[in-house]
Write a protein that binds this ligand. Sequence first.
Ligand SMILES: NC(=O)c1ccc[n+]([C@@H]2O[C@H](COP(=O)([O-])OP(=O)(O)OC[C@H]3O[C@@H](n4cnc5c(N)ncnc54)[C@H](O)[C@@H]3O)[C@@H](O)[C@H]2O)c1
Ligand SMILES: [Zn+2]
Length: 404
Amino acid sequence: MNTAWKIGSLDVPFTVPFVHRLRFTRDVFGEDRLVLAQLLEPAEGPRARVQFWVDANVAAAHPALPGKIDRFASEFADRLTVTGPPQVVPGGEALKNDIHALQPMLTEFHAARLDRRSYVVVIGGGAVLDAVGFATSIAHRGLRLVRLPATTLAQADSGVGVKNGVNLFRTKNWLGAFAVPWAVVNDAHLLETLADRDFLAGFAEAVKVALLKDRRLFEELCEAADRIRRRDMAVCLPIIRRSAELHLEHITRGGDPFEMLQARPLDYGHWSAHKLEAMSGFELRHGEAVAIGVAIDTVYASLALGLDPGDAARVLACLVQLGFALDHPQLGDLPQLLTGLEEFRQHLGGELTLTMLEAIGRPVDVHDVDPNLMVRAIEQVRLSARSPRLARRRCVTRSEPCGQ
Ligand SMILES: NC(=O)c1ccc[n+]([C@@H]2O[C@H](COP(=O)([O-])OP(=O)(O)OC[C@H]3O[C@@H](n4cnc5c(N)ncnc54)[C@H](O)[C@@H]3O)[C@@H](O)[C@H]2O)c1
Ligand SMILES: [Zn+2]
């Protein structure tokens, strides 16, 4: 035994400063192109290397995009080098479900000689941002990622976050990394080509974050539900913006950006949403599944945690009014659905922690779920979704509660 070697320990807490840059533009490759150019600052040396990645459905809907990127590259050639034409990847969850899609991304980064001071600008829905973002987080242990979210969901929620990842073992986001993006640019023009179904889906996350943090936003969502469904941008854009700001605030000021603690408040309604997405073979959009998941946990909160049942009914009515179908055949498979709770716990380790609601704007963490009450909540959501009365209800004012 070497007695010179003393047993010892050193525990040194440290903090790392990050900057989260969020920009809002009207037309990022048009009148507002300087916003993007200024974000791509050359670190050292004359020019930053920049590679563009585009969701195939965005590319198809915006055929002028490659030309615009070309012009952008020429205009700012004194400060950045665009490494070639944009790389196009399949849009939607299929990309996240294919772990082999990562290899060609890494190959392109390598071929373009990207390094830690290079930028990958990714334009797409949440799925493409998650998958390409994950590739950037592991290449050289982190390239600079600039996200241009092209869906309402990605602008209101996922694009602003610090999570990247893909699905594995039929489990959502099983493989991934936390990485703060270099910047996020929420551009209004990009949203114009989104299909109605996807346009709507993002508002489920806005309802979620409003229920957790901002009762007024919830009221606004209820009041504006019809106009949101009609894609009236005068109401949609400020709501997306407020939702993005709430997410940003949570990440930068919430004290737990990398989810080291037990609770994941932003995952309200997500234990069942993630399970339902997988059970539906990803036919359900993430936002559509979140709407159902939020409805379930809200009804559960009214049965088990003292949430005002009138408020719970308003949440359901608001979601229906926004156009969400709160029933889905997979909700009938209760045993499988309830395994979502265990998967949610496993994902984080330790004991089960779910963020629920005591009241709108007042979240509470719970560690036990009463399975009988949860089953009742699911059945209640299904029943109310079928009720023509609820479907007809208008969620207009606070003084005239909906769905009661
Ligand atoms: N990282 C996170 O923190 C986080 C948070 C929430 C959700 N997510 C993930 O985000 C994904 C869902 O993202 P989503 O709702 O944006 O859906 P999505 O990425 O699947 O996009 C929906 C569809 O719209 C297409 N599309 C995207 N933008 C378009 C545009 N402007 N014009 C025309 N078509 C367009 C896509 O190709 C796709 O077919 C899920 O994988 C979910 O798990 C991640
Ligand atoms: Zn989500």
